[in-house]
Design a protein around this ligand. Structure first.
Ligand SMILES: CSCCC(=O)C(=O)COP(=O)(O)O
Ligand SMILES: [Zn+2]
Length: 208
């Protein structure tokens, strides 16, 4: 394996900092959520959160390195996230360097309100520029897929919706998965989506 310890440590620290920031927003209720960051392209390896942990806590066992099949690269007693397949499929289908999955009330509400129509599009919001969309009346669409307990099936459903210009997928009554070329971009996309969801939910309540 050509990944040096220093190289891996830098990615570890970057992902740990992102995890802390998302935890400060209370985006990991009930041990939900998982995060990953790509460490090498060829062969594909990425650090992913260990399964079932309280992601609000920072420990030396928060992440483990996995390969393109989602299997641990080193001998460990840690289990990769149960949803590692989502991260795998994103790295296989995009140029992402980081992928973030969180469960929030707002993303669950939006996913259920618009689940039957299969996507939601936002327009006339300054924060759409967070997706590098700068034109007048720019729009951002996020597909919504059904939630499946069968995780390979869920991975396929998510992968099927990944096309150019898509930066995240909502999983109905489950959560959101977003990605970016690096940790900074993935977090920007996540924060922008959550802002748009929260705004939309509040507006619907206020204008009923
Ligand atoms: C109690 S959350 C259910 C599993 C889930 O959706 C999730 O995001 C966390 O799973 P992990 O295995 O990554 O801890
Ligand atoms: Zn989840």
């Amino acid at each position: 394996m050509s990944v040096t310890i220093d190289h891996q440590n830098n990615y570890w620290n970057e992902l740990a900092d992102i995890k802390d920031e998302l935890a400060a927003r209370d985006w990991f209720p009930g041990t939900s959520g998982n995060l990953s960051i790509k460490v090498s392209d060829d062969p594909l390896t990425f650090l992913v959160t260990a399964s079932g942990k309280d992601k609000r806590k920072r420990t030396d066992e928060d992440f483990l390195l996995v390969d393109s099949d989602g299997h641990p690269v080193e001998i460990t007693n840690l289990k990769p996230s149960a949803e590692t397949v989502l991260h795998q499929r994103i790295y296989q289908k995009t140029d992402a360097g980081c992928s973030l999955h969180v469960h929030t009330v707002d993303n669950n509400v939006i996913s259920d309100l618009y689940g039957d129509q299969g996507s939601i599009t936002f327009q006339n919001q300054e924060l759409i520029k967070a997706f590098n969309i700068w034109e007048e009346d720019g729009k951002i669409t996020i597909p919504i897929v059904e939630n499946y307990a069968d995780l390979p099936r869920l991975g396929d459903a998510v992968a099927d919706k990944i096309t150019p210009g898509i930066h995240g997928i909502l999983i109905r009554n489950h959560g959101i998965t977003v990605w970016g070329r690096n940790g900074f971009e993935a977090k920007r996309h996540l924060e922008a989506f959550e802002f748009l969801f929260s705004y939309h939910v509040k507006m619907r309540l206020l204008t009923k």
